[in-house]
Each structure stands twice: as structure tokens, then as C-alpha cells.
Write a protein that binds this ligand. Structure first.
Ligand code: SF4
Length: 64
């Protein structure tokens, strides 16, 4: 699984890194910073949780 974030769309709500801090972090403006682009299998559910809860649909997941 790969995860991407569109920083032109991310406005820094922070839901992703509150709900799944193992996968998502934040920059100094509160916007999403990915900790992985290739998500380890044991964190795939967390990555999906972040994607599903992003109000801006800024997170995109691609299954292998
Ligand atoms: S939840 Fe979405 S809009 Fe908010 S910080 Fe994460 S990627 Fe950005």
C-alpha cells in the first residue's frame, strides 16, 4: 500500500495525525507530513483511518 497527501488541498485540520499518528505527522503549519510512502502491512488500517477521516479528501491510498 502506498499513501500520498496533496498539500495543495490539505488545510491542517489534523484529523489524520490525531487518529493515526503512526502514519501521519504534522509540519510547523499543522499540515500533514507522511511518515511513510510505502505503508507497512501492520499500519495499513491506520493509513485508511486517516484517509477516511480527512475532511478535504487530501489523502490518497493506492493498494499494491
Ligand atoms: S486530515 Fe486532511 S486536511 Fe487535515 S491535516 Fe490531515 S491531510 Fe490535511
Amino acid at each position: 500500500m502506498k499513501v500520498r497527501v496533496d498539500l495543495d488541498v490539505c488545510v491542517g485540520h489534523g484529523r489524520c495525525y490525531v487518529l493515526a499518528p503512526e502514519v501521519f505527522g504534522e509540519d510547523e503549519r499543522g499540515r500533514c507530513v507522511l511518515k511513510f510512502t510505502d505503508v507497512p502491512p501492520d499500519l495499513e488500517a491506520k493509513a485508511r483511518r486517516g484517509e477516511e477521516n480527512c475532511p478535504e479528501a487530501a489523502i490518497c491510498i493506492e493498494d499494491d
